[in-house]
Design a protein. Structure first.
Length: 716
């Protein structure tokens, strides 16, 4: 990675005199007590997550952003909140029901957290609905994109909708009545539904029916000239065709969110693949955790829904329609480039471009010359990581490919390359994580496809998710066997690599290669070598390794050497790591943290965390890389990898951090962090009260990195 075009003020590349700190600083009981006396030192993780989604909503509210990007952030806000209810709220309710209602690290009981979630999410949902209705819809209309309701359509547009309903929608619909002969139907999670009240004109008796809005059609129906009407409006206006001879009295939209977190007892499962397939069938029938209805819903209809679904009043969200704004992704995808971020095309990393010729990039040749530190999406995934696997599959000198897969794209070239490699007779080992949340079904399909091609497919270690991002190619070369290794912070997914910010290292470093080889053996066999030289591997050594490095910074500071900690992560929740950071802050070590999502650490508390600064950057790309920078007395140690500071990552997943080799790589990360923590860089800043304040600086991190990439591309 080259960030030479960015300003650098770190001054940390020049090592001070050689030193040894053995053993590192070990806190005594008095030091630990000085931290533990702060009973309220942890922010609640669930409420912190809601603050994160509020920041997403603030992007949708930002008039400085392109209009269709604001529209997309509204859709992202909806998807985020859906997953939060399906997993986090469902988990809270499950613990309460099971009698496991113990206080969280923040000191709040699950019931207290749940009440705060209801009130906070209700406020956020209403804020989103107002933003959509009062700002986004009028602004879209001003530029010729109109989101209208049925009554706003002219006669010709209504005819278009009538034909669509008759020819395509009507054949798909299935009305489900509720009466003594027809029990209340199952309502699938996140489906959009119409609650219909009908009356028999002969008997005068009223009946309830449910009609599911088919998700196979576009949510917003185009009627010409970039005018769109919600699909539920079209269906609602033509219900007489579904209920001939009946009077349609009322139509109301509603939506249910269910517990969709998987529970697979692996110890009792003879075959994890079969057990997971069975659990996926059960997922559809998880208990409801939220009911969204339009605010105009009739009281008797709402009462029926609440009764039949078994939700509490607190779990009912009355909102002004339309519900479920995930469909706004389709609007954001409209071909109106002037309303979007300027076009951006990743470029080939300069180390790879140096060996580029008429043929595709030779990743092996480049890696033999120098380590390649990639920064996606600025560096192309297709000409680096994807090319690495494709080249390995086609190279007759490659003997084996070993790969972890957590999430991958639906048309994955990497999957195809692994299949090709196996069919060509190469040894191919693939560690497929079947329990990658909400990607389970796709991963089962890939696992079967890889097995059929002759790949050795294993599912990692019982009780642990394999979340690390590793790829290793074993190649027979004139001077012997050489290992080429890629270790990343993001998934092997070409689609998300264009939207997620991630780091990755391609190296021929022999020690790293040997470490990774041992780890693959641990994952595929019965080896349990927990000792690595250049890796930290969870659940064995990530937490302890990072805490030791934090203590080492304290020791450096006490010995008069330079000390500093900088962390970039998605989430920071683990109490052990946080308490170690508090100890370092009490000792005077400067600490800067860039946290995209949840942060349970409370910065700026006098006597506890005065030297800790926490920032968050959200934008065009999803900040996803994990970086751990330790000043180390002037000889910085920098680690990148897959692990966030959460219990699940450190205790229940296989995660990997790699120590970056080479001064150039360390310098590149230094420049990236310098820019991120520059006071003039726009970011949200976390206060000691848990609130985030937006600091609008003159520099936007992602825009600066895009501009730096453009300058490098245009430099001969």
């Amino acid at each position: 990675m080259s960030l030479d075009s960015l300003p650098s003020s770190h001054g940390e590349g020049v090592p001070e005199e050689s030193f040894e700190v053995e053993p590192p600083y070990q806190p005594d009981h008095e030091a630990l007590a000085a931290v533990e006396k702060y009973d309220d030192r942890f922010l609640d993780r669930e409420l912190s997550w809601l603050h994160f989604n509020q920041r997403v909503l603030e992007l949708a509210e930002d008039p400085q952003l392109p209009l269709l990007e604001r529209t997309r952030f509204l859709a992202i806000f909806t998807s985020n909140l859906d997953e939060f209810f399906m997993v986090r709220v469902a988990g809270l309710k499950r613990r309460i029901a099971a009698g496991l209602a113990v206080p969280s690290a923040s000191g709040l009981m699950p019931t207290e957290v749940l009440e705060l979630i209801w009130s906070t999410t209700r406020d956020l949902a209403e804020r989103q609905a107002r933003l959509f209705r009062d700002e986004i819809v009028p602004a879209l209309s001003d530029v010729g994109i109109e989101l209208v309701r049925w009554d706003d359509l002219n006669r010709e547009e209504q005819k278009i909708c009538k034909r669509l309903f008759r020819d395509r929608v009507f054949p798909v619909l299935t009305p489900l009545a509720v009466d003594p002969a027809h029990p209340f139907p199952y309502i699938s999670g996140l489906s959009l539904n119409l609650a219909v009240l009908i009356r028999n004109p002969k008997t005068g008796k009223e009946h309830f029916a449910r009609v599911k809005v088919p998700p196979i059609f576009a949510r917003f129906v185009p009627v010409g000239n970039q005018r769109f009407v919600p699909l539920e409006d079209v269906i609602g206006e033509h219900l007489k065709r579904l209920f001939p001879g009946m009077d349609v009295l009322e139509v109301h939209t509603f939506r249910v969110t269910r517990n969709e977190d998987l529970e697979v007892e692996e110890d009792d499962a003879e075959n994890l693949l079969a057990a997971l397939e069975k659990e996926l069938l059960r997922r559809r029938f998880g208990p409801p955790v939220r009911l969204e209805v339009e605010e105009s819903i009739a009281p008797q209809v709402l009462e029926l829904l609440v009764s039949e679904l078994g939700v509490s009043d607190a779990e009912v969200f009355k909102l002004r329609g339309p519900l479920d704004l995930r469909g706004l992704h389709d609007i954001a995808d409209l071909p109106r480039q002037e309303l979007k971020y300027p076009a951006f095309v990743p470029t080939t990393h300069h180390r790879l471009a140096e060996v580029e010729s008429a043929s595709p990039v030779d990743v092996f040749k480049a890696a033999r010359r120098n380590d390649v530190l990639l920064h996606h999406p600025y560096d192309s995934f297709a000409t680096s990581v994807q090319r690495f696997i494709e080249q390995a599959a086609a190279d007759p000198h490659v003997l084996a490919i070993k790969q972890t897969l957590y999430r991958t794209s639906g048309d994955s070239p990497i999957i195809d390359a692994l299949v090709d490699a196996a069919e060509a007779g190469k040894q191919v080992l693939v560690i497929v994580e079947l329990k990658a949340r909400f990607d389970e079904e796709a991963n089962i399909r890939w696992a079967r496809k890889l097995e059929q091609a002759g790949c050795h497919v294993v599912y990692g270690l019982v009780g642990l998710k394999t979340h690390c991002k590793l790829s290793m190619v074993v190649r027979d070369e004139p001077d012997g066997i050489r290992r080429y290794t890629h270790i990343g912070t993001g998934n092997y997914n070409g689609k998300t690599a264009r939207m997620y910010e991630d780091l990755g290292l391609i190296t021929t470093d022999e020690i790293i290669g040997e470490d990774v080889a041992h780890l693959f053996n641990n994952l595929s066999g019965y080896s349990r070598n927990a000792q690595y030289n250049e890796l930290l591997v969870a659940p064995d050594s990530v937490r302890t390794g990072l805490v030791e490095q934090i203590h080492r910074e304290i020791a450096h500071l006490r010995e008069g050497r330079s000390a500093r900690i900088r962390i970039k992560a998605n989430s920071v929740v683990d109490e052990g790591v946080i308490d170690a950071l508090y100890l370092a802050s009490q000792a005077g070590v400067p600490i800067q943290m860039l946290v995209r999502g949840i942060c349970s650490l409370r910065p700026g508390v006098p006597g506890l965390s005065e030297t800790i600064e926490v920032r968050s950057i959200l934008g065009r790309f999803l900040e996803h890389s994990r970086v751990f920078w330790f000043q180390n007395g002037g000889e910085p140690d920098v680690w990148i990898g897959s692990a966030d500071m959460m219990h699940r990552n450190l205790d229940r997943r296989v995660e990997v951090l790699v120590r970056l080799p080479g001064q150039e790589n360390v310098e590149a990360i230094a420049q990236l962090l310098d820019l991120a923590f520059d006071p003039d860089t726009s970011a949200w800043v976390l206060g000691s009260d848990g609130d985030w304040t937006r600091n609008e600086g003159s520099t936007h991190l992602q825009e600066a990195l895009i501009e730096g990439q453009r300058r490098r591309r245009n430099t001969p």
